[in-house]
Design a protein around this ligand. Structure first.
Ligand code: HEC
Length: 155
């Protein structure tokens, strides 16, 4: 066998073998008591554009059955959830909630979220100008509301 063929077979074998190494699925409950509480309108946008990487339940597209694409998304989910998990948001401390709301606003204003590598394939997750406005307003209103509960000594 020529050297070239040997390398080609080697690569093929590796590709076949890695198909069996599958990351555990992010397949928890969306409907739990710590899930973020928002209006239906805001909730829908968050679910469509953010939940795949920032909640306890990912809607897995077919291509994630192909490795290493599945590993790649899994990595985003792990890192995304570490930063912000909408399924656990209501269990965050007041301070952390305020910090996350500020980060969400910044990410949206700068157009950094959802990740562009993701919207390339999931074009439906791209935020329209109206959706951006809606989310930014929501972060502002919620921030004001939570700040009020501090000044009123409710928390
Ligand atoms: C494809 C996966 C994916 C999607 C979809 C996604 N994110 Fe993220 N997000 C990440 C990852 C990975 C990180 C951590 C690394 C980083 O900051 O880039 C992150 C980080 C963040 C952070 C923390 C950034 C900081 O300041 O440290 C916020 C806030 C955030 N995302 C908000 C959102 C919002 C809001 C949406 C929906 C509009 C969204 N993300 C959609 C993957 C995603």
């Amino acid at each position: 066998m020529s050297k070239k063929k040997k390398i080609l077979y080697g690569v093929l074998i590796v590709l076949v073998v890695i198909q069996f190494i599958r990351p555990a699925r992010n397949n928890g409950e969306l409907d739990n008591e710590n899930a973020i509480f928002t209006s239906l309108e805001v909730g829908k946008v968050l679910q469509t554009s953010c939940f795949d990487c920032h909640s306890d339940k990912t809607n897995y597209p077919w291509y994630t059955n192909i490795q290493p694409l599945g590993w790649w998304l899994n990595n985003h989910i792990t890192e995304g959830k570490r930063e912000l998990n909408f399924s656990q948001f209501e269990s965050y401390s007041l301070k952390r909630k305020l910090k996350k709301l500020k980060e969400i606003r910044e990410q949206i204003q700068e157009g950094d979220m959802p990740l562009s590598s993701y919207t390339l394939i999931h074009s439906y997750a791209k935020l329209s100008a109206e959706q951006k406005d809606l989310l930014i307003k929501w972060t502002e209103v919620t921030t004001n509301y939570l700040s009020d509960t501090i000044t009123q000594g409710k928390e």
